[in-house]
Design a protein around this ligand. Structure first.
Ligand SMILES: O=C(O)CCC(=O)C(=O)O
Ligand SMILES: [Fe+2]
Length: 347
C-alpha cells in the first residue's frame, strides 16, 4: 500500500505513516499477526465470523507479504500444466477418455469412470483415487512453508481451527481446475438428482489438520456445499502414519426424514491411501471421531453454485443431466473462455 499524494507537505503524522509503509509487507504482516488471538482459545463453532473484516482489510497486504516470502512448490499453483504429476493416472485417463467419447458419440459409456469409484461402508459415500503421493506431500509442505513465514493464516472454516484456506495461499486456479474438470462431473454422475448445470461451478478449498494437543475431532455437521471432496493427505497407520479419526456418516438433510437420528456408518481414513478421497453430498451429516495418534491432514473441497448457493431441492428424472452433458461441460466452458479472451485481445 502506498501513501496517497506527493511527499512535499508531510506532517509529522504522515511521516510516521510513511515510516510504517516503508517496512516490508512481510514485516507488517508479521506485526499484525500479534493481534491474533491464540488459536487454542478460539471457538470450535461459528468460527468463520472471527475477525472477518480484519481478514478482508488485510488481504492485499498478506498477498504482498507472501510474494516477498515466496512459494515452495511453484508447480502446485499450476495444476493444469502439472496434472500428470499430481492427479492419479487411472483417473486422468478414464476422464480424458469419457470426455473424448462425449464430444464424439451420441451416447456415452461411463463404466470406466464408475469402476474407479468405490462404495464405502457409508451408503452414498464413495471413495476415489485422486491425488498422487507427491501432490499430498507437496501440499502439506506448502502449508508448512506458509506457516513458517509468520504471515497470519486464517482458520479453514467455522469448526476446524488448524489448517489453511488454500485460496489464501494462492491455489485458487488449481482448485478451480480440479473442481470443474474432475469433481463437478463426478458429483453429477453420483448424485444427478441434486447436482446439475450451475450447482457446482464454484469451490471453497481448505486443508484441515488433527493431532493431539490441537483439534482432535470434529462435531457432527453438514457442509456449506452441494458436493464435498475429502481427500486423505497423510500416511495411513500401516506406513507409520496416524491412527483413528474415522468419519461417522448419518443421513442427508432435506432428503432423509430425520437424518441425524439415523444410525451412523463409519469410514476409516487411517486405512485409506494418501491421495484417496471421499465424495459425499454436502448435506450428508458427518463427524470426525477422535484421532488416536499421529497427524491426520485432509484436503477438502466444497462445491456450490454462484453466490455460494447450495442446491437442496431434488431434480425430477427428466430434469437430470445426461452423461453427454456432464462430460462436455468443461470443454464447452473452455472454448467459451478462449473466445472471450480472443475478443478482448482484439479490443
Ligand atoms: O476431518 C474430516 O475428515 C472432516 C472435516 C469436515 O467435515 C469439514 O471440515 O467440513
Ligand atoms: Fe464437513
Amino acid at each position: 500500500m502506498k501513501p496517497p499524494g506527493g511527499m512535499l507537505a508531510l506532517s509529522a503524522i504522515q511521516a510516521n505513516t510513511c515510516a510504517a509503509a516503508s517496512q516490508s509487507a512481510l514485516a507488517r504482516a508479521r506485526e499484525l499477526a500479534k493481534a491474533l488471538p491464540d488459536r487454542r482459545n478460539s471457538s470450535a463453532t461459528s468460527g468463520e465470523v472471527e475477525m472477518a473484516w480484519w481478514w478482508v482489510d488485510h488481504d492485499a497486504l498478506f498477498q504482498e507479504a507472501q510474494e516477498e516470502w515466496g512459494r515452495r512448490h511453484e508447480a502446485l499453483y499450476q495444476l493444469e500444466a502439472n496434472e500428470e504429476r499430481f492427479i492419479r493416472v487411472e483417473l486422468r485417463e478414464a476422464i480424458a477418455a469419457v470426455e473424448a467419447a462425449a464430444l464424439r458419440d451420441a451416447t456415452v459409456d461411463e463404466s470406466a469412470v464408475r469402476r474407479l469409484l468405490r462404495q464405502t461402508e457409508a451408503p452414498g459415500v464413495w471413495a476415489v483415487p485422486i491425488f498422487t503421493p507427491a501432490f499430498c506431500e507437496m501440499v502439506i509442505q506448502e502449508v508448512q512453508h506458509y506457516e513458517a513465514s509468520g504471515i497470519p493464516l486464517r482458520r479453514p472454516n467455522g469448526m476446524n481451527r488448524y489448517g489453511a484456506i488454500l485460496d489464501q495461499l494462492g491455489l485458487e486456479d488449481s482448485m478451480a481446475y480440479l473442481s470443474r474438470r474432475y469433481l463437478r462431473p463426478l458429483g453429477q454422475l453420483l448424485y444427478p438428482y441434486l447436482i446439475s448445470t450451475g450447482d457446482a461451478d464454484e469451490h471453497y478449498a481448505f486443508m484441515v489438520r488433527y493431532k493431539l494437543g490441537e483439534d482432535t475431532q470434529l462435531a457432527e455437521h453438514a457442509d456449506a456445499s452441494v458436493l464435498t471432496l475429502n481427500a486423505n493427505l497423510g500416511l495411513p497407520a500401516s506406513q507409520g502414519g496416524f491412527k483413528g479419526g474415522r468419519l461417522a456418516f448419518r443421513g442427508t438433510r432435506f432428503i432423509d426424514e430425520a437424518p441425524q437420528k439415523m444410525a451412523a456408518a463409519h469410514v476409516s481414513f487411517d486405512a485409506m491411501e494418501p491421495g484417496e478421497g471421499l465424495l459425499h453430498l454436502g448435506g450428508h451429516y458427518h463427524a470426525a471421531l477422535p484421532i488416536e495418534s499421529g497427524e491426520r491432514v485432509n484436503l477438502i473441497v466444497w462445491l456450490h453454485g454462484k453466490y455460494e448457493v447450495v442446491r437442496v431441492a431434488p431434480y425430477k428424472q427428466e430434469e437430470q443431466l445426461s452423461a453427454k452433458e456432464r462430460w462436455t461441460a468443461f470443454s464447452r466452458e473452455r472454448a467459451e473462455e478462449r473466445l472471450q479472451q480472443a475478443r478482448s485481445q482484439l479490443g
